[in-house]
Design a binder for this molecule. Structure first.
Ligand SMILES: NC(=O)C1=CN([C@@H]2O[C@H](COP(=O)(O)OP(=O)(O)OC[C@H]3O[C@@H](n4cnc5c(N)ncnc54)[C@H](O)[C@@H]3O)[C@@H](O)[C@H]2O)C=CC1
Ligand SMILES: CC(=O)[C@H](N)C(=O)O
Length: 373
């Protein structure tokens, strides 16, 4: 069939569809016959490969970063160790390799990704691979490849194999022209980082695949995530993790953001619980496919004041990194997550005082303070 006629057919089919309905026809690629990527014609609104009685078979991409190992441990408690496969392009340390299934997966290699999904009968995919905001500005072409091309591979594999797909977005998906205090779910999104641009792209592509092909796409915009047992991967909110290490080890911290820089933040336990809760939410409870989630909002100065209550000799100094500061100044100060609370019952557990107590308990500050006295 001539290409022009095929295109006319495709466009005709697209225009003939109801504006708000769920599309179940095959993608453009199938009609043009040029791509190996086939999305099933019977792909539907719900993930049919996972029924309520089965355990999901989970793949986590980019799993060796700040959040992935915690997510794997959390999901393994729920679904069983062998049902959750952690993957990355890096070599795992011994305790992670022996802690449960680990596999090499490069999201830029579409065939590798598809093989893993097929061979392991994956039904849920948590797509964590990314280059974060600060490191992305230092390597724009790699960030573009991993965050955009990689996402395309993940979307195609997920749609082709009827997976339920979670992709995290971020406060970084907003920019200086967005309302910043608070930032609602739906507003202007004109981020000025490649990270933010790629995350807006991910939100829109995931939602497009949902409406066009019935992909069960779910997305949360995370605030800065604070974890005790894993290192951040090159973001703007990294200071809020590093401050605990330095406070406990040295009693002082040099902050790369101004003392008054207010950003939304969340403790990792809340983040992981939110992620599982939105994945388990009945599809009919989701009025949207991308939600803000929030817990607290603070400045470096607020955090230092809270730390001082536990470590009286703690000192904070400021040596501002202009790249990170410009990014932070364009991000939300407070996040409006009322839709998540209304639709699927999101409720955070950790505010600033609980966060600081929990982090210091983990780092063993009692010992250090006792020694200092
Ligand atoms: N940590 C945070 O505060 C927040 C994280 N997020 C999102 O959550 C997700 C996970 O974040 P983190 O664990 O902090 O990120 P991270 O930067 O610590 O880890 C990302 C992982 O992706 C892997 N990766 C890089 N290129 C890859 C490739 N070609 N194929 C497969 N894996 C590759 C890296 O090896 C790394 O282990 C990311 O999508 C991030 O955007 C969103 C908001 C806040
Ligand atoms: C908030 C994020 O997305 C991340 N921690 C970053 O600072 O880049």
């Amino acid at each position: 069939m001539p290409v022009a006629r095929m295109l006319r057919q495709v466009v005709g089919q697209m225009l003939g569809r109801p504006a708000c309905g769920c599309w179940t026809s095959a993608p453009l690629a199938r009609f043009l016959g040029t791509s190996p990527r086939q999305i099933p014609a019977d792909a539907n609104f719900y993930s049919s490969s996972f029924s309520g009685t089965d355990q999901p078979r989970v793949l986590i991409t980019g799993g060796l970063g700040q959040l992935g190992v915690g997510l794997a441990n959390f999901l393994r408690k729920r679904f069983g160790k062998d049902n959750v496969i952690l993957s990355d392009i890096r070599k795992p340390p011994d305790h992670i390799f022996h802690g449960g299934p680990f596999i090499y997966s490069d999201i830029l290699d579409y065939k590798n990704l598809r093989e893993i999904v097929v061979n392991n009968r994956i039904t849920w995919l948590f797509h964590y691979s990314a280059l974060l905001s600060a490191i992305g500005e230092a390597n724009v072409s790699l960030a573009r490849a991993v965050n955009i091309t990689g996402l395309h591979n993940v979307l195609d594999v997920a749609a082709e194999h009827n997976l339920r797909l979670f992709v995290p977005s971020t406060i970084g998906a907003f920019g200086p022209t967005s309302p910043r205090n608070p930032t609602p779910d739906i507003c202007i999104q004109r981020p000025r980082t490649i990270y933010g641009v790629s995350k807006v792209h991910a939100e829109l592509m995931g939602e497009y695949y949902h409406y066009r092909y019935g992909l069960d796409f779910r997305c949360l915009r995370y605030p800065g995530i604070i974890s005790a047992d894993s290192q951040p991967g090159g973001g703007t909110t990294d200071y809020a993790v590093q401050i605990f290490h330095d406070a406990v080890k040295n009693g002082k911290f040099e902050c790369n953001l101004k003392s008054s820089t207010r950003l939304p933040m969340m403790y990792i336990d809340d983040c992981l619980r939110a992620t599982l809760e939105v994945m388990e939410a009945p599809a009919e409870s989701l009025s949207m496919r991308t939600y803000n989630v929030n817990a607290m909002s603070f400045t470096p100065e607020d955090l230092a004041q809270e730390l001082l209550k536990h470590i009286p000799e703690f000192q904070i100094t400021y040596n501002v990194d202009s790249v990170r500061q410009a990014i932070a100044d364009s991000w939300p100060m407070n996040f409006d997550d009322s839709n998540a609370r209304k639709d699927w019952g999101w409720k955070h557990d950790f505010d600033l005082p609980e966060l600081v107590t929990t982090m210091l308990n983990f780092h063993g500050s009692d010992t250090r303070v006792a020694q200092a006295n």
